[in-house]
Design a protein around this ligand. Structure first.
Ligand code: P53
Length: 473
């Protein structure tokens, strides 16, 4: 393992900060999502509706507690901390000309605090939220105008924080919106509310195109501003395995993988791959894509491949094989008898991490950064202690496979950040009890609790992992 490997943790603004309406912050898409659970999807409401419960409004009060929290991260030895900037703190409505200074000051203070504690901030520009006004007034990323709004926001924050933040990413898990049957992803990735009967896939491809252009513009701007800046893309790297050696399954797994690979193909290679252009042709899809857009995309390619890894997916083309029927995994997903799952149904597959790292190394030959990996579990708080052995087992197995990918296979990986290093609000369900942290936060699903922080057993374990640079698992 390289000496300066970036061990750390990851959170996102809306899942931890709270303070959803202070110091001029506008409403964000994350502020109009209610709480659900493993069986019940979160509801997206038309604005904030009285009497409904919105778990992100308070988050874990990181906005007020960040100094204490960062102090604890530094005790674990974090070299970096990944979080995002809430766009609606900087531009409350998203379409203003001038930014909100109070919002900018908050992130100045936050990044200074990280740096004082020896951590590099790793910053996502849009992590599953946009100002809600942009949804209501412009239809979110359906609208080409979003490119300008996003670009303006990014110029402001890149300029302001260029000497504090080296590693950036444009859009979190940009590929998740390919799951068009699930209303949640179109809304969180792109601020899109589907209309009855619309061709959802067509809508998403158009939105994604605008995001590709925006991401490339921002990347080019960042490079011209400061050559030190490293701009990354970010995808949820869930690889697809064929259920059997039947060539139909092999071809299906390949086709499903392309729904993931198309994003890195464009953001790293700078142009649309032939398989995608061909698919659009076959579907008779046309889009608002200009030749200038294509030039921008060609120039604004990213410096590193950021990806999150939680699980693999196994697919079957055989109609007689029972499908999981879970809209997170897609229509062809089946149970993989070689893997167990978390209580939320996510397949636990450490070797899959080694597999995707090699897939990316072979295909792109640029540095990669594992920006999320983690284990969601309903931890039990007993007599002031949380014995989260299963979380340590999960992380240990994944880190061991990451090391094999780096040391035995030669993958170029610059860092690894554990998702939800302090218990956040779950994104998919809005629950608190789906916990990920090394640090327990005393908050219940309904928002009650003292919000006090407690170190779990895994806290001391990760401290040793970092201290030994991954030797001591
Ligand atoms: P929660 C799907 C597949 C992989 C990662 O999720 C995913 C998702 C959900 O879109 O999301 C990331 O909290 C995401 C984080 C999120 C984390 O995974 O539902 O970047 O915001 O919290 C874990 O358990």
């Amino acid at each position: 393992m390289r000496k300066n490997f970036l061990w750390g943790g990851a959170v996102a603004a809306h899942q931890v900060e709270g303070a959803y309406n202070v110091k001029g912050k506008g409403l964000s898409t994350a502020d109009v999502m209610t709480a659900g659970n493993v069986h019940t999807p979160r509801e997206i409401t038309d604005g904030v509706v009285e009497g409904k419960f919105y778990p992100n409004h308070e988050g874990i009060r990181f906005y007020d507690h960040y100094q204490e929290d960062i102090q604890m991260f530094s005790e674990m030895g974090f070299k970096c901390l990944r979080t995002s900037i809430a766009w609606s703190r900087i531009f409350p409505n998203g379409d203003e000309d001038a930014p909100n200074e109070d919002g900018l000051q908050f992130y100045d203070d936050l990044f200074d605090c990280m740096i004082e504690h020896g951590m590099q901030p790793v910053i996502t520009l849009s992590h599953f939220e946009i100002p809600y006004h942009l949804v209501k007034t412009y239809g979110g990323w359906r609208n080409r105008k979003m490119i300008d709004f996003f670009y303006r926001f990014c110029q402001v924050v890149l300029k302001r924080y260029q000497n504090k933040v080296k590693y950036w990413m444009t859009f979190n898990e940009i590929n998740n919106q390919m799951l068009v049957e699930n209303d949640l992803y179109a809304f969180t990735n792109s601020g899109i509310v589907f209309e009855n009967g619309e061709d959802r896939l067509h809508t998403i491809y158009q939105a994604v195109h605008y995001q590709f252009v925006a991401s490339a513009l921002v990347t080019e701007y960042a490079h011209s501003l400061n050559p030190e800046i490293q701009m990354g893309c970010c995808v949820a790297a869930t690889p697809n395995y064929p259920n059997t050696s039947n060539p139909d399954d092999i071809l299906l797994a390949q086709a499903e993988d392309r729904k993931l690979l198309m994003f890195t193909d464009v953001q790293i290679r700078g142009h649309y791959p032939r398989y995608l252009l061909n698919e659009w042709n076959t579907r008779n899809y046309t889009f608002d894509i200009t030749s200038q857009d294509l030039q921008i995309m060609e120039k604004g390619t990213v410096d590193y491949l950021g990806f999150t890894y939680y699980m693999s997916n196994t697919v079957s083309a055989d109609p007689s094989v029972k499908k999981l029927g879970d809209d997170l995994q897609g229509n062809y997903a089946v149970d993989n008898p070689y893997l167990s799952t978390t209580d939320w149904g996510w397949a636990i597959d450490p070797k899959g991490l080694r597999y995707v790292m090699n897939m990316y190394q072979d295909r792109y030959e640029i540095p990669m950064f594992i920006v999320e990996n983690g284990f969601g579990y309903a931890d039990q708080f007993i007599d002031g202690h949380i014995h989260d052995q299963n979380r340590m087992d999960y992380l240990k197995a994944h880190i061991a496979e990451m090391k094999k990918a780096i040391e035995e296979d030669g993958c170029d990986c610059i860092g690894y950040t554990v998702w939800g290093c302090i218990d956040p609000i779950s994104f998919t369900t809005g629950e608190m009890k789906k916990r990920y942290g090394f640090i327990y936060v005393d908050r219940n699903n309904d928002g009650t609790g003292s919000y006090k922080r407690y170190k779990k057993d895994s806290f001391y374990w990760y401290q040793k992992v970092i201290e030994s640079n991954g030797e001591n698992l």
